[in-house]
Ligand binder design. Structure first.
Ligand SMILES: *[C@@H]1O[C@H](CO)[C@@H](O)[C@H](O)[C@H]1NC(C)=O
Ligand SMILES: *[C@@H]1O[C@H](CO)[C@@H](O)[C@H](O)[C@H]1NC(C)=O
Ligand SMILES: *[C@@H]1O[C@H](CO)[C@@H](O)[C@H](O)[C@H]1NC(C)=O
Ligand SMILES: *[C@@H]1O[C@H](CO)[C@@H](O)[C@H](O)[C@H]1NC(C)=O
Length: 190
């Protein structure tokens, strides 16, 4: 009975010791991906501050117990949740022609430095593009550039994925900021 089992045990021992070596040896090489599409947009956010109701494009909808909905909480706006519907333009001119809207939310989730978490969509409605791009990710605001994920898209951006590099292009107190968004798509289906 012992004889037929021996090769099996030997094989199991072989598997046990060979597996780690094999998986290291077959580790996938890091490929240098190139984007299939690159675009640059700006979006403009005017936060409601109690007086600018007609012009505001965003509003604090949730604040911590120690804050309120017209002023960012201290410290570091922690706990504030903002909903926005911001115009998207091709250059940094707020009054330039808008090619769509950036709609969604950002929430401040860092207690010891300015940092937010973003979840929003670009809704394009122009002769250049029709469709949406969906963004999500952490936004450490003190970084000059921040990368967030583009997790999908529809219409002209069917099934896409990529990275958006955000840059604060202008910042006027708590009321107005402008973001430059450098989009690199690495998966394009059309
Ligand atoms: C809204 O913007 C217009 C033009 O930029 C300006 O004249 C007006 O004073 C603003 N209104 C408020 C409430 O900020
Ligand atoms: C909101 O909080 C700020 C800062 O604490 C305060 O100056 C302001 O008066 C408050 N506004 C309202 C409407 O309670
Ligand atoms: C898109 O633009 C067209 C033409 O300006 C307009 O009729 C339509 O309502 C817009 N759709 C959305 C979802 O904004
Ligand atoms: C923010 O900056 C730090 C330091 O330069 C860097 O290590 C980090 O990757 C940056 N984070 C993002 C999300 O870009």
């Amino acid at each position: 009975m012992a004889t037929p089992k021996t090769p099996i045990i030997a094989f199991l021992i072989f598997l046990l010791f060979s597996t780690p070596t094999t998986s290291t040896a077959t580790k996938k090489p890091v490929r240098g991906h190139l984007p299939c599409k690159e675009m640059v947009f700006y979006f403009h956010d005017v936060l409601f501050n109690g007086q600018n109701h007609d012009n505001a494009t965003s509003a604090i909808v949730g604040s911590p117990q120690w804050g309120n909905k017209t002023t960012m909480a201290t410290p570091f706006s922690f706990g504030d949740l903002v909903i926005f519907d911001d115009p998207i333009t091709l250059d940094n001119n707020f009054h330039g022609p808008s090619i769509g809207r950036a709609q969604g939310m950002y929430l401040y989730d860092q207690r010891s430095i300015y940092g937010a978490w973003l979840a929003f969509s670009f809704l394009f409605n122009s002769s250049a593009y029709i469709g949406t791009l969906n963004f999500v990710g952490a936004d450490p605001l003190m970084n000059k550039t921040r990368d967030i994920s583009i997790v999908g898209g529809t219409g002209d951006f069917f099934m896409t994925r990529g990275i958006a590099t955000l840059m604060t292009d202008s910042f006027e107190g708590e009321v107005y900021f402008r973001l430059r968004v450098d989009i690199k798509l690495y998966e394009c289906w059309q």
